[in-house]
Design a protein. Sequence first.
Length: 316
Amino acid sequence: MPTTSPAPAGRTARRLEWRFLPPEVRELVEARCGSAVVEAVSQGGGFTPGFASVLTCADGSRHFVKAASTRAQRPIADSYREEARKLRALPAGLPAARLQWSLDDEWVVLGLEYAEGRAPRRPWRVAELNRCLDALEDVAARLTPVPDGLELATFADDFADFAAAWDDVLAGEPALPGMTASRLETAATLARGFAEATSGDTVVHTDVRDDNLLLGDQVVICDWNWLATGADWLDTVFLLLGPRGDGLDVEAVLRERELTRGVADEQVDIVLALLVGYFLRQRELPAPPSSPYLRQHQAWCAETSWEWLAERRGWS
């Protein structure tokens, strides 16, 4: 059984800090905030180098601002642009920080409502997990069917590369205890059937984990960049990967929760196999200088998802 991820919770990102933003970008942000910035606290969670800070202004207001250069950080800028588009189209009342303003020029900048809260503690606690799962059930109910005006790709289209990762995995040697050629072939076959197993008409966040959640008076879900349409239970399974690695009985959770108790075992296995292939491939890549803990995190996810799948398939 894996132990809690070796990546230090809340300290995984190397982000651009406020003082290093171009002066003209800082001026634009202060103009939109309506007051001079007197304090900027960079957010250490996540695995991307984009600017993401809580700004406190001279008038006492607080704002959460994200920014990325369209030249030096194009993939991050593109993801922020997508997040702005999607946040504008989401209905009111969701457990998400509202987009207050955005800029899109040489820099993509998002001004978001400040949300008071902290990330769930690691290792995961049952009570905090239940609060987060309640929020996911609320979101799934509100976002089924997909709201008008929110144009999204399907989960099958967006995650096709995850299934394709198995080609690389099968070309190598078994990488984890209990892996055999026949078990890997079975897992790859499962993963290749993911499109039908994960289809649905719900908006799926696809990136729900502890560093994208804030616990305050209510749960706030962050980073709405990667939305897709799919089955309403997918985010629940994604979120449970961390608690599973931390030692919680997530099989009991699957049986009890509203969104997963009626899902066929094979469907959950297919999603776990999809994750196994992707994380096994990604963990072998060089670590990007801007995200030194990314491969550690992905290696831990590979081990956790494999052990969970192996237990469910009777391979343990």
